[in-house]
Design a protein around this ligand. Structure first.
Ligand code: BTN
Length: 230
């Protein structure tokens, strides 16, 4: 198992931003107690109170761009695997949120730096509600503590980083198989960000969600949040 270097901060704007500005060594993890400008996907803010886990793992795997779904799949699978060790029953909501009891417990933001068709650096950011306040989070959210799991933030971060490092040695098709198995969205009615309604029927190997529209045609959705209707 590869060694992971740690940078431990008490406060930072965003561990992803810090990693992008300061870290160019493979398998370096940045962990902060608090983020003052935590970033979510699609330009959203990620509220980051004390008691949560705010982790960014820097990877310099030098993969072809076509392999980028590996990061997208390995990250939620790492969170899922660690949460299971604490007795929780997590699922993945496409593209890579982790939910427990029908509520969001973790979010993932991956920022990559490419050179031609190679990914030179990927910063995999994971925010997990461990024992932090979630009542002001703008979506239905839960935490490990609310679900009955007492955990230490540093310990959970180390477990997730190690699991992520391990999963990143899996092939894309292995990760795809695991992801499909744990995806909450398949078989559910969904609404796409532009209001289009359909039913999520499968996950493509490139990480796209395959949605069947009312006219029977199939749409491969690459990005954006989908709302689950039932
Ligand atoms: C989302 O749910 O939209 C993604 C949230 C990602 C949050 C994590 S916390 C660690 C890392 N640093 C950030 O600023 N964002 C990610």
């Amino acid at each position: 198992m590869a060694k992971i270097e740690w940078i431990r901060l008490s406060e930072v704007d965003s561990t992803n931003t810090y990693a992008k500005e300061h870290v160019r060594t493979h398998n370096t993890a940045v962990l902060s107690d608090v983020q003052t400008q935590g970033k979510g996907r699609d330009g959203r803010t990620f509220l980051s109170h004390v008691g949560g886990m705010y982790l960014s793992l820097v990877r310099m795997d030098d993969l072809p761009v076509a392999e980028s779904p590996r990061y997208m799949m390995a990250a939620p699978l790492a969170v899922l695997s660690v949460l299971k060790q604490y007795g929780l029953r997590p699922r993945i909501k496409w593209p890579n949120d982790v939910w427990v009891s029908g509520k969001k417990i973790a979010g993932i933001l991956i920022e990559s730096e490419c050179d031609g068709d190679r990914i030179r650096r990927a910063v995999i950011g994971v925010g997990l509600n461990v024992r932090n306040e979630v009542s002001d989070v703008p979506c239905a959210a839960t935490s490990m503590l609310l679900e009955g799991a007492e955990a230490d933030v540093d310990c959970v971060a180390e477990q997730i980083a190690r699991r992520l490092d391990g999963l990143l040695s899996y092939s894309l098709s292995e990760l795809h198989g695991l992801m499909r198995k744990h995806l909450l969205s398949i078989g559910r009615k969904v609404t796409l960000p532009d209001g289009t309604k359909g039913k999520a029927v499968d996950l493509a190997e490139d990480g796209r969600l395959i949605v069947c529209l009312p006219d029977g045609s199939l749409l491969r959705v690459a990005a954006g949040d989908v709302t689950l209707s039932e």
